[in-house]
Design a protein around this ligand. Structure first.
Ligand SMILES: [Zn+2]
Length: 264
């Protein structure tokens, strides 16, 4: 927002009006960080009685801090948080990939299990980093509309950074073209995020995994042939799907605020 938000809008923002959507809130917050004039307007829109109350609270806290005990010494943060919560799910993905490699090297006449599991390999860890049940910072994250999409993309990227090298090793060992495992993997990840705007990223990722397992992996193993969508010429379709889904994720950015993080 290059122009100043109107005083009416700032006042609706200050009072937490439900009619102000997430995209507008992001824009106002970004503008307030760089515009002193609008910060003054914001201060003026706060009711004088509430301002006096805030001043009293601030003075009380300052007095309490001055009179209180020495602050506790800074402890090293334990590695709890999303990183620790996601490790079991990353281990599951790694186990899945290893199992696929050993299955494929043992049963050479069967369709490639590495190609079949590649699309869903990142989905379990992605579901885990976006479940409110496994994310101790969920309450905090859900109050920060501006950071949600950035955080969503950063966490997803972290999952891919862990899963893609494993798939690369698996693809290299079994001799598959990288486009045949990488593009479906990226398309499904983007699909989980795109669907996540509607139903929550964790549900979308689990739903896609289940659908792919039942609809594609099981029939391929039973019929003993790789589906057409995973054959050599299929990659332009996956590339187009990935690009389209990424565009959907970016266009629907505001929806992640309300429904994208876990089940809220
Ligand atoms: Zn301004």
């Amino acid at each position: 927002m290059n122009t100043h938000p109107t005083p009416v809008l700032i006042s609706r923002y200050a009072t937490g009006d439900d009619g102000v959507d997430d995209a507008t809130i992001w824009a106002i917050e970004a503008h307030l960080e760089s515009c002193a004039a609008c910060r003054n307007t914001l201060t003026e829109t706060v009711d004088p009685a509430a301002r006096q109350l805030l001043d009293r609270v601030a003075a009380g806290i300052a007095a309490g801090i001055a009179a209180g005990p020495e602050p506790a010494r800074r402890r090293r943060l334990r590695r709890t948080g999303a990183t620790a919560q996601i490790l079991p799910w990353l281990a599951t993905a790694v186990a899945l990939i290893l199992a696929a490699v050993s299955f494929e090297s043992t049963f050479r006449s069967m369709p490639s299990l590495v190609l079949l599991v590649a699309p869903m390999a990142p989905l379990l860890p992605v579901a885990a980093v976006w479940s409110r049940h496994t994310d101790p910072a969920w309450e905090l994250v859900s109050t920060m509309p501006r950071t949600r999409l950035a955080l969503l993309l950063r966490r997803t990227l972290a999952v891919l950074t862990a899963v893609v090298p494993m798939l690369a090793a698996a693809g290299g060992l079994t001799g598959h073209s990288p486009v045949l495992w990488l593009l479906p993997c990226l398309a499904f990840t983007a699909g989980a995020l795109a669907l996540g705007g509607l139903v929550g990223v964790d549900r979308a990722a689990l739903g896609l995994s289940a659908t792919w397992s039942v609809g594609v992996i099981a029939p391929s193993l039973v019929g003993q042939r790789l589906p057409v969508i995973l054959e050599a010429g299929s990659w332009p379709g996956w590339a187009a799907a990935t690009a389209g889904l990424v565009v959907v994720v970016l266009l629907r950015a505001t929806h992640y605020g309300r429904r994208g993080i876990g089940r809220n």
